[in-house]
Design a binder for this molecule. Structure first.
Ligand SMILES: C[S@@+](CC[C@H](N)C(=O)[O-])C[C@H]1O[C@@H](n2cnc3c(N)ncnc32)[C@H](O)[C@@H]1O
Length: 301
């Protein structure tokens, strides 16, 4: 029996498998990037999407499969691994689901969405509920290909959409490890007052944006100072970043923290768990994250 299915991002099946083992959840098989588990859902960071109520349904025909899905609910997102033609034919019989890219800043879609796939030509796996409001956890945006100096701004946008908040006009933001300036660009575009901190220089066009102040220094030498938001995309060992984050939280000077936890070589799961254990903190592998996790922290007080 399959009780939960966890969808890993492409190339990140291994950290998800390791994390599930650490949480005591078995994996009976993989279907593409979908880890099929006989155990109840557990909280994991390395899944883009979690199917929380999967059902195995015999579907001897295309019509039977589509009817079974429609009988459950309207909106379904397909996760195709095999049997592509048959899945397309089933999909043609379902109401269309608009998966348009978001125009930031706008909230995540609020409509209910289930996930389905074919495990065999006549065997449907369908979950009416899943954790991500996006098709296969893929949070896509209408990109800006000329403004930002790096594509890193997409993971900042995704974090804001995923956790449902972003800086308001005039709010103070510190951006640690800001160079070349993708995150600073995104924050300045929101109308925030951004202090960009990096040992390396910022892209001159971003440095010249209204509301941007540049400080060319080390993020780790910076004493905590009052700000609405602390952002960090610094390349650093997770333990060093954890100490920095804890120092800023203990100083009670910021209301929210968004930072990437980067891994070189094997994934440091113990460090990821230490970040996730911070009261008010959540850790997730976003669609735009590489071998890194995103910490979102909001002051519980
Ligand atoms: C992944 S890049 C940041 C990209 C940036 N968020 C953007 O959107 O363009 C990581 C940055 O961390 C910076 N960095 C590494 N160690 C640092 C330190 N101790 N203090 C400040 N910045 C540091 C590097 O210079 C580099 O620019």
């Amino acid at each position: 029996m399959i009780r939960t299915a966890y969808l890993a991002a492409e190339g990140f099946e291994a950290p998800l498998a390791e994390e599930l083992t650490r949480r005591g959840a078995a994996v009976s098989a993989w279907h593409g990037r979908l880890a099929l588990s006989p155990d109840a859902p557990v909280a994991v960071a390395w899944a883009l999407d979690v199917w929380t109520e999967p059902r195995e349904i015999e579907a001897p025909s295309v019509k039977a499969a589509a009817d079974a899905l429609r009988a459950m609910q309207r909106n379904w997102a397909a996760y195709p691994v095999d049997f592509h033609r048959r899945m397309a034919l089933i999909g043609d019989r379902l109401p269309p689901v608009k998966a348009r890219p978001l125009v930031f800043p706008e909230p995540a879609p609020a409509g209910h969405l289930g996930g389905w796939t074919l495990l065999a030509p006549d065997q449907l796996l369908a979950s009416p509920t899943k954790t991500s409001p996006f098709v296969n956890g893929e949070c896509r945006f209408v990109e800006d290909r000329s403004g930002p100096p790096s594509r890193a701004y997409l993971k900042l946008w995704e974090a804001c959409v995923r956790f449902g908040a972003w800086p308001a006009v005039g709010e103070g933001c510190l951006d640690l490890g800001a160079s070349p300036g993708g995150w600073t660009w995104a924050l300045a575009r929101l109308g925030a007052a951004v202090t960009a901190v990096d040992k390396a220089p910022l892209d001159p066009a971003v440095a010249a944006m209204p509301g941007v102040t540049v400080r060319q220094e080390s993020a780790f030498a910076l004493a905590p100072e009052p700000a609405d938001w602390l952002f960090s995309d610094v390349v650093a060992y997770p333990d060093r970043l954890l100490a920095l984050v804890q120092r800023w939280i203990e100083a009670k000077v910021v209301r929210r923290i968004v930072c990437t936890i980067k891994f070189q070589g094997p994934t440091d799961h113990a460090a990821a768990e230490a970040f996730a254990a911070i009261p008010g903190g959540q850790v997730a592998h976003l669609f735009h994250n590489k071998h890194e996790l995103t910490l979102w922290w909001a002051d519980p007080a």
